[in-house]
Design a protein around this ligand. Structure first.
Ligand SMILES: NC(=O)c1ccc[n+]([C@@H]2O[C@H](COP(=O)([O-])OP(=O)(O)OC[C@H]3O[C@@H](n4cnc5c(N)ncnc54)[C@H](O)[C@@H]3O)[C@@H](O)[C@H]2O)c1
Ligand SMILES: CC(C)[C@H](C(=O)O)[C@@H](O)C(=O)O
Ligand SMILES: [Mg+2]
Length: 368
């Protein structure tokens, strides 16, 4: 099959981790006789410096002409004094809005090999497998008005949702739950916010279309606690933009590292793929970044945009096998006795995944 992928590697560890994801996808294409083409464009801080804007028109045009966009990360400390609409992060928000994907799927899967990395007890995290569905185009991120009136010493952001915006993302979450363990937890703050009351009422309405799915509601503050106490209780977790941002990073505690988390954004003109983590300025350029979140994001491209389910599974199996064999980036060493593990750089981890993947795909071909 043919696939045109735009790579916007961005800032910090973005280029380091996307390089590894692209190399994995190139191997999948070569071994399977698929034609994947990769184009690179600038976004974020690197684009501010070189083009004067965090989302150059040329990047956006290329994105709109692609089947999928793979983003590394944006942001850096040198931009911290800029107002939000001028920062590298603004380029990412503009890209998300232009591509139109509103359902951001953030799976948090606890590989059992990494249970020891979690500060939670292994018996709590082992087997946890949550699909967060984060609404990505509404809420405080995009609501108007937004401003900081320096003279008055007052600032505003607006949390706004329409019924249709909630219903369309809820339908995606219910459909995902139907294909999984048939449980949906919708997270809001309906005890305080009108927006959350509309959210909850709309989710209840949509639930009537999916009678086989069990729906429960949780307040976001309690959910932050439940996630740590009993992560295995959750299947699909649906929530609005900012709550989803926060809870998905929290789920890094379950998976052992933020560097393990992939994401895919669907429902728009072009699918957008990004690991959940940011540009990690504290470790950028040192070969310390864990590329597995980006590589698993590549697997989501294979599954969701390319429809190559077996190849997506093979990538995941390759990741698991490398972990089983003791391969660890530095972030995955935390909490472990280093003996018995191989400390790998970003590129060495990518290479191990690819070597293992080649073996898996070669075996599969002999079986077919
Ligand atoms: N999608 C994105 O582009 C995105 C997402 C989140 C944050 N950001 C931006 O990134 C910048 C840094 O933000 P932050 O430090 O709060 O969050 P971060 O996700 O960049 O890093 C948080 C912590 O996790 C570690 N970490 C993150 N990814 C890792 C990986 N792959 N391997 C190993 N360790 C990893 C970092 O070293 C750091 O200690 C900010 O400008 C922020 O706005 C961008
Ligand atoms: C960088 C920022 C705009 C982004 C978000 O808040 O959506 C990030 O934290 C994420 O989780 O993708
Ligand atoms: Mg985030």
């Amino acid at each position: 099959m043919k696939l045109k992928i735009l790579v916007v590697a961005g800032d910090g560890i973005g280029p380091e981790v996307t390089n590894e994801a692209v190399a994995v996808l190139q191997d999948v294409a070569a071994l399977g006789g698929h034609e994947f083409t990769f184009t690179e464009r600038r976004i974020g801080g690197v684009a501010i410096v070189q083009d004067g804007t965090p989302l150059p028109a040329d990047t956006l045009n290329e994105a709109l002409a692609s089947d999928a966009v793979l983003l590394g990360a944006v942001g850096g400390n040198e931009f911290n004094s800029l107002p939000p609409d001028k920062r590298p992060e603004a380029g990412l928000l503009q890209l998300r809005a232009a591509l139109g994907g509103f359902a951001n799927l953030r799976p948090a899967f606890a590989f059992k090999e990494l249970a020891v990395n979690s500060p939670l007890r292994p018996e709590i995290v082992d087997g946890a497998d949550i699909m967060f569905v984060r609404e990505l185009l509404g809420g405080l991120y995009f609501g108007q008005p937004r401003a900081w009136d320096r003279d008055k010493g007052e600032s505003w952001n607006t949390m706004r949702y329409t019924r249709d915006e909630v219903a369309r993302v809820a339908r995606i979450a219910f459909k995902l739950a139907q294909g999984r363990r048939k449980k949906l937890t919708s997270v809001d703050k309906a005890n305080v916010l009108e927006v959350s009351q509309l959210w909850r009422a709309t989710v209840n309405e949509v639930a009537a279309e999916f009678p086989d799915v069990t729906l429960e509601h949780q307040y976001v503050d309690a959910m932050a606690m439940h996630l740590m106490n009993q992560p295995r209780n959750y299947d699909v977790v649906l929530t609005e933009n900012l709550f989803g941002d926060i809870l998905s990073d929290e789920s890094a505690v379950i998976t052992g590292s933020l560097g393990m988390l992939p994401s895919a954004t669907i429902g728009g003109k072009v699918d957008l793929y990004e690991p959940v983590h940011g540009s990690a300025p504290d470790i950028a350029g040192k070969g310390l970044a864990n590329p597995l979140g980006a590589i698993l994001t590549g697997a989501m491209i294979l599954r969701l945009t390319a429809g190559l389910e077996a190849e997506a599974m093979a990538v995941r199996t390759a990741v698991r096998t490398v972990l089983e064999n003791g391969g660890r980036t530095a972030d995955l060493m935390r909490g472990t006795n280093p003996q018995g593990y191989n400390l790998l750089s970003t590129t060495a981890m990518g290479a191990q995944v690819r070597d293992t993947l080649k073996q898996i795909l070669a075996k599969r071909d002999t079986l077919v």
